[in-house]
Every structure is written in C-alpha cells, then in structure tokens.
Write a protein that binds this ligand. Structure first.
Ligand code: ADP
Ligand code: MG
Length: 240
C-alpha cells in the first residue's frame, strides 16, 4: 500500500532521515520504535506530506505522492493522523469535531455526517459525550474522540504519533483498546509508540529507528526477544 524509497529529510544541515526504505502492506499494523530524536515523528509526517522530503520517493497505492504534481490534500484525506496532544477543535462539541471535515471536505450532508459520527462515537465508547466540549473530557476520552474524528474521513491508513504519551497512566489502556480493535478491523496502521507491550501484542512488524536510519525491521517476537543490532539491544535494555 505504501512504498518508501531512499527517504531523506534534512532541516538545514541537520540530517534527520538518512535514507529509509520500507514497504507497508494493506492491513498491516506497524510499530515504529526508537530513541527520542531518532526521526520517528518526521518519518510519519513525511508519509502524509506534513513535511516535504528532501530526497527519495513515497508511493501510496498507485500514486507517487512526493511528485510535485500530486494533489496532497487528496492524499491526506486517505491518511488519518492522531497526535500526542489530540489537536481537537476546542470551540466545537465532540459531535461537531467529528462532522466538520466530512461535511467540508467530503461534502457529506449534515444528516449523513451525524449518523456516521454517532456510530464512531459508539465504537470508541463515547456515545454519551457528543454534546460535550473537549475541555470537559479526560485525556483518554479526548484521544478517543481524536481517533473517531480521524476515522470519520474514512481513511485507508491511520498514523499515530505517540497517542498515549501525554496520558495519565490509568487512561493509556482505554486508548490502546480502541487502537487494538481498529487493528482487528484490518485497518492499515503505523504507530509510533513507547508501549512495548502493545507493540509486541498488536503489531505485525516493528521498525526500529535510530539516528535517522531504519536499523532493524522484524516481527515483534524476534525484535523483542532477539534484537539483531547492538543499538536495539541498548534501547530495549533501557525501556524494558
Ligand atoms: P522523534 O519523533 O523520534 O523523537 P523527530 O522526528 O521529532 O524525532 O526529530 C528528529 C530530529 O529532527 C530531532 O533532532 C529534532 O530536533 C529535529 N527536528 C524535528 N522537527 C524539526 C523542525 N521542524 N526543524 C528543525 N529540526 C527539527
Ligand atoms: Mg516524536
């Protein structure tokens, strides 16, 4: 579904991504793991072109999205993104957060958008919160709304950048449960996470990034029990 060839990203003289090659299959759940500053967020942001790669090519299905002529807005409609800090619209209710883009971008009628939003809120366990404003929600609830909002665009891929890192510990599980059930629906997912237990259980594959390089790429059971590189060994020793 996604093919990444020689992806590089520099910020001025700083080389953040130094040539990443990988492929993501349809329905695959990929955990992206690595030390802080290794380029994980930049990697995700390049995939939906929130950052313009310095070099290399990204193909999404039959489209090379790194080409200038590509309509990036169209590509992004197919790629949902969930951030560490939720990024909900603070002046809109939960329901309004969910219907805004589908109506504006996908031209759904209000009735259609509301129907779909209610189904999604039920899925993430927040059917009773549709009239609530984000500041009245817990962190875990906000993140579940953010996931539902991304899903409201009916994306083909979902990108998650440390979706549970800003949450109090007791709220991590409810968000991971939503992500797990999404994974079971066959959604293609790329997840930057420090939740090693989740990665081990849910991911089909682990990408280990260090210093802007894809150092290791393996099945979770191999990665966690038998990392190949010294860098992965050192990292796992610190976090496990
Ligand atoms: P990670 O998500 O793995 O912690 P990032 O992709 O956020 O890493 O960042 C990788 C490196 O790129 C860091 O050194 C960071 O300071 C730098 N960086 C990220 N975004 C920018 C930016 N917009 N401008 C300059 N440097 C950046
Ligand atoms: Mg990051």
């Amino acid at each position: 579904m996604i093919k990444i060839d020689g992806l590089k990203k520099n910020y001025g003289k700083l080389e953040v991504l130094k040539g990443i090659n990988t492929e993501i299959g349809q329905g695959e759940v990929v955990a992206i793991i690595g030390p802080s500053g290794s380029g994980k967020s930049t990697f995700l942001r390049c995939i939906n072109m929130l950052e313009t790669p310095t070099d290399g090519q990204i193909r999404f299905k039959d489209q090379i999205i790194t080409e200038k002529k590509t309509n990036i807005m169209k590509v992004r409609e197919n790629v949902g993104m969930v951030f560490q800090h939720f990024h909900l619209f603070p002046h809109k209710t939960v329901l309004e957060n969910l219907i805004y883009a589908p109506m504006k971008v996908k031209k759904l009628s209000k009735a259609e958008a509301v129907k779909q939003a209610r189904e999604l809120l039920t899925k993430v366990g927040l059917a009773d919160k549709e009239s609530t404003y984000p500041n009245r929600l817990s962190g875990g609830q906000k993140q579940r709304v953010a996931i539902a909002r991304a899903l409201a665009m009916n994306p083909e891929v979902m990108l998650f950048d440390e979706p549970t890192s800003a949450l109090d510990p007791e709220m991590v599980k409810e968000v991971l449960e939503v992500m797990k059930s999404l994974a079971h629906t066959g959604m293609t997912m790329l997840i930057v996470t420090h939740e090693m237990g989740f990665a081990k259980e849910v991911a089909d594959r682990v990408l280990f990034l260090d210093g802007g390089l894809l150092v290791e790429e393996s099945a979770p059971e191999d990665f966690f029990s038998n990392p190949k590189s010294q860098r992965a060994k050192d990292f796992l020793e610190k976090v496990l």
